[in-house]
Design a protein around this ligand. Structure first.
Ligand SMILES: [Zn+2]
Length: 174
């Protein structure tokens, strides 16, 4: 139970296709979830943003994500089982490249199956903000990063530059 350091873009663990969790009884899974919670809370306190984190981001290549939102808080072995054809476009960010903003396309609504900490199967239907967060974190479990989803290379920018543009009201240009 402690704050872990977050791996940054370039670290090969972020590119790992993570392993399915099969052991739900042991202390290992609980300890991982506690570490993810603590690390997420610490990041939010320091940087002022962040709603989710995936296990590979703290160097543990297992399919586990932790969210701090309304809804499920810890999802083990999450899989997208349905996705809308309708897409949304948004500026995404990531703890593993916190100074960068990436414009991506995500499905507007999805259905995700996962297991809770007891191993019980659960389903969550998500739309909008929760849907894009889940897609981002589930991508991490597959070694896929937001930069891979950029709509094109012009839409990978410094977050501080994006903020300047927003304040100039020329955001639609992006
Ligand atoms: Zn991320």
């Amino acid at each position: 139970m402690s704050v872990q350091s977050i791996l940054l873009l370039g670290n090969p663990v972020l590119r790992t296709r993570c392993a399915k969790v099969r052991d739900f009884g042991g202390a290992g899974l609980r300890a991982l979830v506690d570490d993810l919670r603590d690390t997420l809370a610490d990041f939010r306190a320091r940087k002022g943003f962040g709603r989710g984190i995936a296990a590979p981001q703290i160097g543990d290549p297992r399919r586990v994500i932790v969210l701090q939102v309304e809804g499920p808080q810890a999802l083990v072995n999450p899989t997208i089982t349905r996705q809308s054809r309708t897409m949304m476009t948004l500026w995404d960010d990531c703890f593993s490249f916190p100074d960068i903003a990436v414009k991506v396309k995500r499905h507007l609504s999805i259905e995700v199956q996962y297991q809770d900490l007891e191993g019980k199967r659960q389903v969550v239907k998500a739309r909008g903000a929760l849907a894009e967060l889940l897609q981002h974190e589930i991508d991490h479990c597959n070694g896929v990063l937001a930069v891979d989803r950029a709509i094109d290379s012009r839409h990978i920018v410094y977050a501080s530059e994006l903020e300047k543009l927003k304040s100039l009201h020329v955001r639609k240009e992006m």
